[in-house]
Design a protein around this ligand. Sequence first.
Ligand code: IPM
Ligand code: MG
Length: 358
Amino acid sequence: MNKKILILPGDYIGSEIMAEAVKVLALFKDEGEPIEWTFGHLGGAAYDAEGHPYPPSTQQAARAADAILMGAVGGPKYDALPRELRPERGILGIRKDLGLFANLRPALAYEALSAASSFKPEVIAGLDILILRELTGDIYFGEPRGRRTTADGHAEGYDTMHYSAPEVERIAHVAFQAAQKRSKRLCSVDKENVLETSRLWREVVTRVGAQYPDVALEHMYVDNAAMQLVKRPKQFDVIVTGNIFGDILSDEASMLAGSIGMLPSASLDVNNKGLYEPIHGSAPDIAGQGKANPLATLLSVAMMFKYSFDRADLSDRIEAAVQQVLDQGLRTGDIAQPGEPVIGTVAMGDAVVAALRR
Ligand code: IPM
Ligand code: MG
């Protein structure tokens, strides 16, 4: 039976980068891989087409798919919509609906791009971090949330941060197991000196850690982690943290890699069904101009083959092809040095496909 992939290009540059991903899928299909794909709407595109950022048609297709490839959602066209119809609700909705609680965000420093990074080469050379972000809990989804009026008549907004022990346990297991496959070091990031949520987080992670005596567990406060990431990033291997801290730290870590245009991500459920997306946004400023860097999307395709289809061989091929085009000096605008020649989205995608054929 063919593996079913649902493609959700989303908004702005989403369809441009996804067109390059489809070229890679088509190549593998030609080689005989049992895959098939269909397209659906998510985010602003879904609101335009069906009146909701995560419409029932997408829900059905997403539940039936073996894996989902997503571009990016959001943008100024949708900023004035009520919150529950905003494109962001689409991505948050699909994460929650499919139980995609484990978000893997690797940050790799490509040697070929070290000049594009704002860090000194020695700080980032050889950097290889995996951030594991819990994705379906925390203040992102906590109730109650809303607006109210205080006793003295001021408008007030409020959100609720919480984690239950089972929620922390399952992401902790994913993190320890990831650490076992890497350097056997895990750093859990929290704000235990202030937050009750974090006190529980730390207790549970420590307890789960007893089952993984081969992994060295360290705890770090999130403010310190933010600082250590730019000071001495290579001290980290696997980082596990909650939803909101992970959102922030993973954007920070992306800068170590040279460009946010290079970083893929995987969001997995308990059975390794996953949604794969570049961690960058929909880039309205360059949309429709063929300038977007498709490499994070192609690396997301690589993660899909590895995690959802158990095909590390195909994943390795894509990663090697990306490495080759970078070594050839091919650059989209976001990773080019001043004065360096720049190619567009389509040329970059074609170059990766050509490298895959070699
Ligand atoms: C991310 C994004 C999303 C998030 C937004 C678009 C809701 O920033 O995937 O990191 O905050 O999770
Ligand atoms: Mg984010």
